[in-house]
Design a binder for this molecule. Structure first.
Ligand code: UD1
Length: 339
């Protein structure tokens, strides 16, 4: 009896693997290492004293996907593996659809063959239609602005169809808001390749001296200080949300969708200020023009998560900033840093 964590050496996957192990659940990790580092496996071991079985597998290869199920007794899958850079997805839509859709289809095929009926999917708040009405509820209209977001939406639809066709199949599609923060130990955290697209990894790279300053993308939004407002959630809270989702699947809900956020919105400048407070490092910034495709505000309605998953985010923005900095400070070269 084990949970297969695909993309289990990535940012959210590795934290979730630790949370599962700490619950006494056996974990099998597969990852193609295309945007992660094998050293994360040692870090998981350092934290938990357990070395999960690891398969370096590209899920686009059906035969290799099947082998994971042949070699392990899997009873649930948490599917994180996927490409996730918005800009890149606009440039390379075929690569995004091929990778994100095919890997999911192969997993579903192998699950059918090996009679595995529980699936947790790493979806995103990016599936929601741009809206002036906040907070976002699960039943709000969906529409995406880029291939990355659409791949998440398409996968949700596929999973829904699979649940309709197979009454024993149970799926939780978790729509994440903006995960930041890192493991308390400073051993696991966000470690993007190249220039970070997202706010917090960029801030930590400025703090460590890799970049001179942060570009704040616009201060003319109709928000509290003109900068973009998002619902930042600690990655440890997010990891806990997956444990709650696995519990939920025991109730056999069929296809189940749920937001994972805090319900609170913070602006870019509030994040910068709190990060400076927690790290003691000044973050120079300049206001630049808006990033195409960005929206003013986005935060979650957390009622469904609370009612149906028994999930409530616990960590504060101070915790998130402190832990993000702790990881970056201890790992100036990411997972290549010696621990
Ligand atoms: C982005 C993606 C979203 C994805 C999510 C994953 C876009 C348009 N959206 O969301 O699809 O699911 O990441 O976490 O890319 N900001 C700056 N300077 C920076 C970086 C960001 O000012 O260097 C601002 C943005 O304008 C935004 C906020 O910080 O207001 C958060 O940005 P980001 O971390 O990229 O997340 P999202 O845009 O919410």
């Amino acid at each position: 009896m084990a949970v297969l964590v695909t993309g289990g050496l990535g940012y959210i996957g590795s934290h979730t693997a630790v949370a599962l192990i700490e619950k006494g659940i056996k974990v099998v990790i597969c990852d193609d290492l295309s945007n992660s580092d094998i050293n994360a496996l040692d870090r998981i071991f350092k934290i938990t004293n357990v070395r999960p079985k690891f398969h370096k597998t590209d899920l686009k290869d059906y035969k290799k996907t099947e082998l994971i199920f042949k070699r392990n007794s899997i009873d649930a899958v948490i599917h994180f593996a996927g490409y996730k850079a918005v800009g890149e997805s606009v440039e390379k839509p075929v690569m995004y659809y091929e990778n994100n859709l095919l890997s999911t289809l192969n997993l579903l095929k192998a699950m059918k063959k090996f009679n595995v009926k529980n699936f947790v999917f790493s979806s995103s708040a990016t599936v929601y239609k741009v809206s002036d009405i906040m907070p976002l509820k699960e039943n709000f209209p969906l529409a995406q602005t880029n291939p990355y977001g659409r791949s998440k939406y398409f996968i949700e639809e596929i999973l829904h169809d699979v649940c309709i066709s197979d009454k024993n199949m149970n799926v939780a599609a978790l729509r994440y808001f903006n995960p930041i923060g890192a493991h308390k130990s400073g051993l696991l955290g966000e470690n993007p390749n190249g220039i970070p697209n997202n706010l917090m990894p960029f801030i930590t790279k400025v703090a460590i001296g890799k970049f001179d300053k942060l570009k704040v993308f616009g201060n003319d939004y109709p928000t509290k200080d003109g900068t973009g407002v998002r619902d930042y959630i600690h990655v440890l809270d997010l990891a806990k949300g997956h444990i709650c989702a696995l519990e939920k699947l025991k109730e056999k809900p069929g296809f189940f969708v749920c937001n994972l956020g805090t319900g609170k919105g913070y602006s870019v400048l509030e994040i910068v200020k709190e990060f400076e407070k927690q790290s003691g490092v000044e973050i120079p910034y300049e206001i630049t023009k808006r990033r195409p495709g960005d929206i003013a505000e986005c935060y979650a309605d957390c009622e469904k998560a609370e009612k149906e998953l028994g999930f409530k985010a616990e960590y504060s923005l101070a915790d998130m900033c402190r832990d993000s900095w702790n990881f970056q400070k201890n790992n100036p070269e990411g997972y290549k840093s010696v621990q």
